[in-house]
Design a protein around this ligand. Structure first.
Ligand code: TYD
Length: 396
């Protein structure tokens, strides 16, 4: 399996590794590089941190942390019920139960390696395996719970470095006409928006439909439908099934494959262009922040995201530019951001009248945030983003 290096994003810490002052000496860094598989065109990190370091009892990301995502998961849960009427549903990476809670407990199974979240769904009454998704776990599930009609995973399959084995395990746990529905950030959208902050330690891969079709074919599965979603800065929801099932391939699958071909995802040029765009994005963002600081204005960051860990560490953006980050997640507040050590505070504390500019770390929730922060905008506050170009979002 030969790969071609696409982009180096420098030394990066654990993206979600917000930490207390006293834990400074525990911080670890790795060289974050991405490469593309010459055959399948799967874009992956060349190395990442150990999975036990990334996904454990201290995991801080709550899937239900925004109204947008609560609505999103209610809607796909209902869609799955209507379309497939599953008797058994299994979710890989069930987090705080935001999806599974829409299914009856006797019909649903959770798999979640982070103990703090596994406890939550177990506490809600759902059978939960506190485990990583692998072949040993599958053997146990098949033995104790039987084959599953639907396997669902949101923002989880792209976390698994050995994706071939993970897909094989899904194949094995599905009934003959079972359906695998999974959604992750889209490579095409990342390229279109130069949103290179989709790349961080947890995202072992950024998937194109092109690469997924190849990878699933290796385990005797095929994609029969694709939905392009706006969440997480542009995602694809993939519907896949066993190769011997009767599902018909929808025109959306062919449209997505054609579109990805048209923007060059099957040739190396598109990957080189993306890398160039990322370097330019860095220059523009640093220039913008530098000019604002030169005018003695206060900049903060909104949303202590994994994405902003990538941007801040790649661009060297520290407290010289950003006074602090606001975030609604209690587990992140009172801590320092990974690598750049910018303090995190609650929005109630941080969004005060002294703020002139807020960099959108959670640019994927721009609409929800700008609606919430209308008072900031009304008094002349401005949001900054780097997506799709570094600039001020509401200049007038
Ligand atoms: P997300 O963009 O999903 O993050 P990641 O890059 O880590 O995958 O996370 C959004 C973060 O932003 C999360 O920590 C919650 C925070 N947030 C706010 O602080 N205020 C808001 O209004 C919203 C929508 C999110």
């Amino acid at each position: 399996m030969s790969k071609t290096l696409v982009l180096k994003l420098g030394k990066q810490p654990k993206a979600n590794g917000f930490f207390k002052d006293s834990e400074l000496n525990k911080e670890v860094f790795f060289d974050m590089n991405v490469a593309v598989d010459d055959n399948t065109k799967l874009l992956s990190l060349t190395k990442t941190l150990d999975k036990e370091m990334l996904f454990n009892d201290e995991y801080v990301y709550h899937s239900s942390g925004s109204k947008t995502m609560q609505f999103h998961f209610a809607s796909i849960a209902n869609q799955i019920k209507r379309q497939f009427s599953p008797k058994k549903v299994l979710e890989i990476g069930s987090n705080d139960g935001v999806f599974i809670k829409h299914f009856k407990k006797k019909h649903a199974l959770c798999v979640e390696p982070c103990g703090n979240f596994a406890d939550m769904t177990a506490g809600m009454g759902y059978k939960t395996y506190e485990a990583f998704w692998d072949d040993k776990l599958i053997e146990k599930i098949i033995r104790d719970d039987g084959l599953q009609d639907v396997v669902y995973a949101a923002n989880c399959m792209c976390h698994i470095p050995e994706i071939g084995k993970a897909f094989e395990a899904v194949h094995d746990v599905l009934t003959a006409d079972g359906v695998f529905v999974f959604e992750d950030p889209s490579l095409a959208e990342m390229f279109n928006r130069t949103s290179y902050d989709q790349i961080y330690d947890e995202h072992a891969h950024i998937f194109s439909v092109t690469a997924l079709a190849e990878e699933l074919m290796k385990v005797n599965m095929f994609i029969f439908h694709v939905e392009n979603l706006s969440v997480h800065g542009g995602s694809n929801r993939i519907y896949a099934a066993r190769i011997d099932s009767d599902y018909k391939v929808s025109k959306e699958v062919l449209n997505n494959l054609d579109y990805e071909k048209s923007i060059g995802l099957s040739t190396f040029g598109a990957y080189e262009q993306f890398a160039d765009n990322v370097r330019q994005s860095r220059t523009r963002l640093i220039g913008l922040l530098y000019n604002i600081k030169n005018n003695h204005k206060k900049i903060i960051s909104y949303g202590a995201t994994s994405k902003s860990t990538t941007v801040f560490n790649y661009c060297g953006i520290d407290r010289t530019y950003i006074d602090y980050i606001t975030d609604i997640t209690p587990d992140k507040q009172g801590k320092l951001s990974p690598g750049m050590h910018i303090p995190v505070v609650s929005p109630e504390v941080g969004m005060n009248n002294s703020v002139d500019f807020a960099y959108l770390g959670a640019w994927n929730f721009a609409n929800e945030i700008m609606e919430k922060e209308s008072a900031f905008i009304e008094r002349g506050g401005k949001f900054i983003t780097h997506v799709p170009f570094a600039g001020i979002l509401n200049p007038c």
